[in-house]
Write a protein that binds this ligand. Structure first.
Ligand SMILES: Nc1ncnc2c1ncn2[C@@H]1O[C@H](COP(=O)(O)OP(=O)(O)OP(=O)(O)O)[C@@H](O)[C@H]1O
Ligand SMILES: [Mg+2]
Length: 250
């Protein structure tokens, strides 16, 4: 598959903290690609460059052979609409019902005015995540896992080409984490949406990803299919993988 997003030689420092020091990684269209790495290695910083809320010191991000950071502001806005990002805390508006939450970006971002179309989208997405009954409910009445699924429904309503997840399962119990991972697999399989996942849930990553990149000390130190990455001889990656698999046996 052709890459839909390519990160090329990305550099970003904060003061003298060189977080990204030449990160290069391709994200094939229609696949699930994950970036793994220890806490504080710059995974979130990387994702912020891909969605364009941070500007690199050097290097760039390509969307279908178009240099995002060289595009006009108007074109950048257009490109960004192809991307959606599931925030860690789902970022739902507590003063709006679930239905209003899902409708919000349709009205505000996509400028859809057709009320029936909006309602159909809301119903369809809530059915898809398996929560048709929460339409009139406020987010504060939902459990953490439900909020996450509603957040996903709202994101899907935008019909993105690329969906980015930053630590989608952190803070959830294993059963809920599993259900979110299954939803990611379904989003990819049923809609063909390219998924980019940032996580330290190593076991799930190896199960659901088509490709993995290991970020360490400012660069991608190993990349490929899960089978290729697991065979990498990078010592830190090996330790990272074996620690994660040992946890399961406790
Ligand atoms: N806006 C910022 N200003 C200054 N430093 C920042 C900023 N954003 C991130 N950093 C620093 O960049 C480094 C990488 O942060 P980042 O949040 O990307 O790590 P991470 O890999 O996502 O970690 P985690 O797994 O804990 O989420 C950290 O040292 C952090 O302090
Ligand atoms: Mg992070």
């Amino acid at each position: 598959m052709e890459p839909i997003v390519v990160v090329e030689g990305l550099k970003k420092s904060f003061g003298d903290n060189a977080v990204l020091d030449g990160v290069s990684m391709a994200f094939p269209e229609g696949e699930v690609t994950s970036i793994i790495g220890q806490s504080g290695t710059g995974k979130s910083v990387l994702i912020k460059h891909i969605i364009g809320i941070m500007k690199p010191d050097a290097g760039t991000v390509w969307y279908r052979n178009e240099n995002i950071f060289a595009a006009t502001p108007a074109r950048q806005t257009e490109i960004r609409q192809r991307f959606a990002y599931l925030f860690q805390d789902s970022a739902l508006f507590d003063s709006l019902t679930v239905e209003e939450n899902i409708a919000f970006p349709l009205v505000e971002s996509l400028r859809i005015k057709d009320k029936e179309k909006i309602e159909r989208t809301v119903v369809e997405k809530l059915e898809w995540i398996g929560l048709p009954e929460v339409r009139k409910v406020y987010p504060s009445e939902l459990s953490g896992g439900m909020r996450k699924r509603v957040g996903l429904a709202r994101t899907l309503a935008m019909q993105p080409e690329v969906l980015l997840f930053d630590e989608p399962t952190t803070g959830l119990d294993p059963v809920l984490a599993e259900s979110i991972n299954d939803l990611i697999v379904r989003v990819n399989g049923e809609f063909g949406i390219t998924c980019i996942l940032i996580t330290h849930d190593i076991q799930a990553t190896f199960r659901i990803s088509d490709y993995i990149g290991f970020l360490y000390d400012g660069q991608i130190r190993a990349k490929g299919t899960p089978a290729e990455v697991v065979r990498s001889d990078h010592p830190v990656l090996q330790r990272f993988i074996s620690n994660s698999f040992n946890e399961l046996e406790v």
